[in-house]
Design a protein around this ligand. Sequence first.
Ligand code: E4P
Length: 231
Amino acid sequence: MQLFIDSAIPEEVQKMVDLGIIDGVTTNPTLAAKAGIPYKEAVTKILKMVPGDVSLEVLSTDKDGMLNEARQLAAMGKNVVVKLPTTEEGLKALKILKGEEVRINMTLVFSANQALLVAKLGAYFVSPFVGRLDDIGHTGTEVIEEIRQIYNNYAFETKILFASVRSPLHVKDAALMGCDIATCPYEVLEKLVKHPLTDVGLSKFLDDFAKSGQESLVNYAPTSQNPKSKP
Ligand code: E4P
C-alpha cells in the first residue's frame, strides 16, 4: 500500500520524504489556506520534492472551468494528478480529461455509487473521505469495504485512496481492507512508527548493557538520542 501525505506545507512534506515513507502528496484548498505561504509557491516546491503523484485540486465548479484548470495543472508536472469534485459537472470533465490522458483523482466521495460512476469513467484515483463520514456518525470504513468489493467484482482499475484519515487506526484499516493508498496528515504519519513499548524496550537494552560494564562489539559514539552509549 502506498502512503501519501495530505499537506500543502513543504517543510512537512520534506520531513516525510527524508524519512522515506511517503510515495506522494494530496492537497486541497483548505490545506492551502492553512499552509501560511503562498499556495503557488508551496506547490511548486512540493512538485520538485516528490517524484511520486501529487494531487492538485481545481477550484471551478462548472465543467468548462474544470477543464481549463485541469489542463493547466497537468502541465505543471508529469507527477500531477488533478482532483475534481464528484458532481455531475465533475463527471463530465472526467470523461473528457480521461480522453486526453490527464490522470484524475475524483474527490469528496462519500458513497459506493459515486465510486462506481467514477470508476466506469476511468478515474485514476477515487478518494472516499472516511473521517468526514465518521464525523457525522457513519462508519466511514463501510464505504471502503463496499468500494473494494465493487471494484474487485468488475476488475475496475481505479485506485482506492483512503482520504480524510484521522488516526493510525484508519491507516491500519486502509491496509486491511486492501486500499491502494492512504493519504495522511503529518501528525498521523509521525505516530505510525511510535510505540511506547519500543521506547521502554530500547531504554532497557541500553541500561542493562551499561550496567554490565562489558565492551561493545563494535565502536559506537554516544549521541543525544542514545546518551547511554559508550565510546
Ligand atoms: C484528500 O485528498 C483530502 O484532502 C483530505 O484527506 C481531506 O481530509 P479532511 O477531512 O481531514 O479535511
